[in-house]
Write a protein that binds this ligand. Structure first.
Ligand SMILES: Cc1ncc(COP(=O)(O)O)c(C=O)c1O
Length: 377
């Protein structure tokens, strides 16, 4: 890595965020001093770890208006998604094998649904309109007598487009089907309220909110008995065995608390940064924004380059900015974006699209846009 002064401007916060130093400080004691196993409460080391986990669980539950024992820690959102979808299907799929999801979901949802199809599930993949939004009437009419659950993400990881999860939750509730939302990008960025939004299961991940990698969780509404996917010592209310990642859990809770406290200020400032950037760039006919007319997360900008190929832009500016092309957080491979394709973009338009995701380290850098504009042809 070059020295930090030489590092490119990091505009890939949707992929992962840097760790907030306040989160790091909250975690450190749980590596060095309070290193007990949270399940070994016969001594003070375990007791202190267990107490910290209990408080963290409460912080996270409060953040989404859930109860503490409805929160289950996992290694991240991918695992939480697997637990939600497989756990529900293996528990209830015999009588209700039908699942509804959307073509623009994250691969963690799509590939898990693909696997469930191989073992007997029937999955409906709903289309989206040109802004990336699901048609609620179509969703409503797709629900059948044997529909087990509806899985619709809160915010898309490529475009930041927000689905109307409150209305989707109401539809599901009225039809008696479970509603799972992948809130990995939305958690800590917009208010979430599982009761108000009628959500039965919701996943989140610390590394998208300035927390550590390798920790996340799943909210499961009380009364839903999923089939566990990892068996062992019966941790996490019997749903996910394995010694708890205490420093990670503390980090997730601290990052959650900071995001909630700073949400309004951060989103106002990032929205302005993003909107100024898009307005200026569109005025100069350099870009066309994807999903522009849909409600979006304030720090996302996904756009087609009009005067240059995305690949050559990335190569040319490799030392200046870090941005994403295609579905960059799926793997090391850049694949054509299934999200942009579902929104009706052609192969070329999809290939020529970039995602910029601003982060809270940028809010102090008001000069950022001046530097940015110059990089685009
Ligand atoms: C919407 C969405 N779902 C799921 C994931 C997977 O999250 P994790 O990296 O915590 O497994 C991501 C991140 O890549 C995401 O953006």
């Amino acid at each position: 890595m070059p020295k930090s002064v030489d590092l490119p401007l990091y505009l890939d916060n949707a992929s992962t965020t840097p760790l907030d130093s306040r989160v790091f400080d909250a975690m450190t004691p749980y590596f060095l001093e309070d290193y007990g196993n949270a399940a070994s409460t016969t001594h003070i080391f375990g007791e202190r770890a267990a107490r910290a986990v209990k408080e963290s669980r409460q912080t996270i539950a409060d953040a989404i208006n859930a109860q503490a024992d409805e929160i289950h820690f996992t290694s991240g959102a991918t695992e939480a998604i697997n637990l939600a979808l497989k756990g529900a299907y293996f528990a209830f799929g015999q009588s209700k094998p039908h699942i509804i999801t959307v073509q623009t979901e994250h691969k963690a949802v799509l590939d898990t649904c693909g696997y469930l199809e191989e073992v007997g599930a029937e999955v409906t993949y709903l289309p989206v309109d040109s802004e990336g939004l699901v048609d609620l009437d179509e969703l409503n009419s797709s629900i059948r007598k044997d529909t087990l659950l509806v899985s619709v993400m809160a915010a898309n990881n490529e475009t930041g487009v927000l689905q109307d999860i409150k209305s989707i939750g109401e539809i599901c509730k009225s039809k008696g089907v479970m509603f799972f939302t992948d809130a990995t990008q939305a958690y800590g960025k917009i208010p979430l309220n599982v009761l108000d939004q009628s959500v039965d299961m919701l996943c989140f991940s610390a590394h998208k909110i300035y927390g550590p990698k390798g920790i996340g969780g799943l909210y499961v509404k009380k009364g839903i008995q999923l089939t566990p996917q990892i068996h062992g010592g019966g941790h996490e209310f019997g749903l996910r065995s394995g010694t708890l990642n205490v420093p990670g859990i503390l980090g997730l809770a601290k990052a959650t608390q900071l995001c909630l406290e700073e949400m309004e200020e951060v989103s106002t400032r990032l929205r302005k940064l993003r909107d100024d950037f898009e307005t200026e760039m569109e005025k100069a006919r350099k870009i066309k924004v994807n999903g522009k007319n849909a409600p979006r997360l304030p720090h996302f900008s996904n756009f087609q380059l009009l005067n240059e190929e995305a690949e050559s832009f990335i190569l040319r500016n490799r030392n200046k900015i870090a941005v994403a092309q295609g579905s960059a957080c799926n793997s090391a491979l850049v694949q054509p974006s299934h999200v942009l394709k579902a929104m009706g973009l052609g192969d070329k338009e999809g290939e020529n699209s970039l995602r910029l995701s601003f982060g809270s380290p940028h809010i102090a850098k008001d000069f950022i846009n001046k530097k940015l504009f110059k990089l685009f042809n």
